[in-house]
Structure formats: structure tokens, C-alpha cells
Design a protein around this ligand. Sequence first.
Ligand code: SAM
Length: 279
Amino acid sequence: MLGPAAIRSLAQQLDLRPTKQLGQNFLHDANTIRRIVRTAELRADDVVCEIGPGLGSLTLGLLPAARRVVAVEIDPRLADQLPRTVAERTPALADRLTVVTADALRITELPGPAPTALVANLPYNISVPVLLHLLEQFPTIRTALVLVQLEVADRLAAAPGSDAYGVPSVKAAWYAEVRRAGAVGRPVFWPVPNVDSGLVRLTRREAPSGDRRATFAAVDAAFATRRKGLRAALAGWAGSPAAAETRLRAAGIDPTWRGERLSVLDFARLAATEPVPAG
Ligand code: SAM
């Protein structure tokens, strides 16, 4: 694994000044890497998709635990270096690694066998869109363990009615059962970030019956104006406050409630109601 000295020397060798824009905070703590790999509960035959392998500390931890690791990195300097780092440090496992230089938000396919797991220390500013994109694009991913900003971890795993519950909670719940898997302190990263981090474990479940896009449109509308009741918040989405009320009642939802009270199944039922013609 890569300790603090190895991380700094690799960065220096690549003339890499980590950028906030790409969320480049690299792990250099062996205990944290071991904890991530253990919490991911990988099977020996798993094909792991890792987003943002960076200098490779987590990749080196994942390779012994999986059949293959497909690492998707947007920064070409890091993507080019990764196979060399792995070949130097664990030559026997080097053929398990495939590196793809790409923007994770745009990938629609990966080389080799379909991924069965996602494990990543995600770039923080795009962690939720990346996670949702991968769960949507790769239905073969049965489990995910991601490291994200602590506040985002709370949001992803929040239950209806709780303060942290919002768009990320409902959308993640479309795909998976989501639970917090502990906090991670700042000193395990270089450079040290100015936010705390947390682990989130997702286990794929059968998606609700209904149309995902239509459901997500209702979710976005319901939370766009958090303080409003659903009748008002969904007026634009349904065409008018009266149309929103009709559809809410058809779905068995009280129009005076706020979006925070609805589960993903409630949203799916709401989106499946008949649109009310204008006029
Ligand atoms: N996995 C490494 C570790 O734990 O030390 C690095 C994690 S760092 C938080 C995030 C990584 O994601 C960086 O290597 C960054 O270059 C990469 N990255 C940022 N945006 C990306 C994107 N859109 N697609 C793929 N990789 C991205």
C-alpha cells in the first residue's frame, strides 16, 4: 500500500499538484484502506469498478480481494502511472487491473466482464451524480462501498421524515438499500480535506415498478421548494395546484404533506398516476 511518503514522492515524480476541482485527496492510511476493502465484503470472483483510482492506494488494496479491478480515472497522468505502480508493487496481480481514462459521468460501458461491485473514494463534488450514473448504467453492480463527504453520506442513507432526507436519499433508494458504514477522519488523506468523510454501503435491490425518469422528475419537483406542501410544490410538475392535488390523492398521498415524508415507493406511485388534462 502507499504510505504518506510514497504518495508524496509519486505526486512529485508526476509533477502533480492535486486539484480541488477533481477532488484529488489521496488516501495514505493502510488501516483505512483495509477497512474499506473489508466493509465492501467483496467476493473472490467480483469484478470491481473503481472510480478515481488516483495514485492507486485503494486499487492496491482491492486487487488481492477481487477477480478484476476496472479503474476509471479522468486525469491521464494518474491513469498512465497506475499500471506501473501496480506492476512495481504487486506484479503477480498486475493482470487483474484494467485502467480506463475517462470521465466517470460519461461512461456507458466498460471493457471486459460486467462489473459486479463498485468501490471508490469518490471525487466529492460529483459523488452523488457519479454513484447514481453507475447504478443506472451497470445493473450488474450488486454492491457498492463509497467514501464521500460525511454530510453526503448522511443524505444518501437518510430515511423518510429525517432532516437529511432529500433528493439523493430517494434516488439512491430507487436502486439500493443504503446504510452508513462509519466516519473517516481528515488526516488519512493528502492533501488534508476541509470536510469530514463517511462510508456508505449500498446493496442492490429490485427497483420499484414504474418509470424511473418520471419518478425522478416528481422527486426533483417535490424537493425544489422544500418549505412548500406537495400541492404547491408539484403544481409546475402536474400543470396546476389542482392537478397536483388530484394526482396526489389518486396515489393516496395527503396534498398538505411535504416531500420529506414520501418514500421512493410513494414517489413511484405518484408518478404512475394519470396526468390531469389542462383546462
Ligand atoms: N482513489 C484514490 C485514493 O483513494 O487515494 C483517489 C481518490 S480522489 C478523492 C478522487 C479521484 O477521482 C482523483 O484521482 C481524481 O482525479 C478522480 N476524478 C475526478 N473526477 C473524475 C471523473 N469525472 N471521472 C473519473 N475520475 C475522476
